[in-house]
Design a protein around this ligand. Structure first.
Ligand code: FES
Length: 86
């Protein structure tokens, strides 16, 4: 199974990644402008990973990886979560 979108808002990570890159948006700014991550919140660690790695399609995270990324997200400054341009 591949995780490819914010289900709650119906937006693909590919689209969100492109928007983040085009606008130089941090994850917080992306969340604010699209509403992604404000429903169930399960897409947040995937979005963080997508912004860092450029992977718009991801395998299901293990519980440990999910928790690590969520904890990291909560402790990050907006600058830390900007999309990689590489
Ligand atoms: S899947 Fe993104 S907020 Fe629920």
């Amino acid at each position: 199974m591949r995780v490819t979108r914010c289900v709650c808002r119906g937006l693909s990570f590919a689209t969100l990644l492109a928007d983040a890159r085009a606008g130089g948006l941090s994850l917080d700014q992306l969340v604010e402008s699209t509403g992604c991550g404000t429903g169930c919140g399960l897409c947040l660690p995937y979005l963080l990973k997508a912004l860092r790695t450029g992977e718009a399609e991801q395998g299901v995270l293990s519980a440990a990886e999910f928790d690590r990324l969520m904890a990291e997200y909560r402790g990050l400054t907006p600058r830390d979560t900007r999309a990689s341009t590489g």
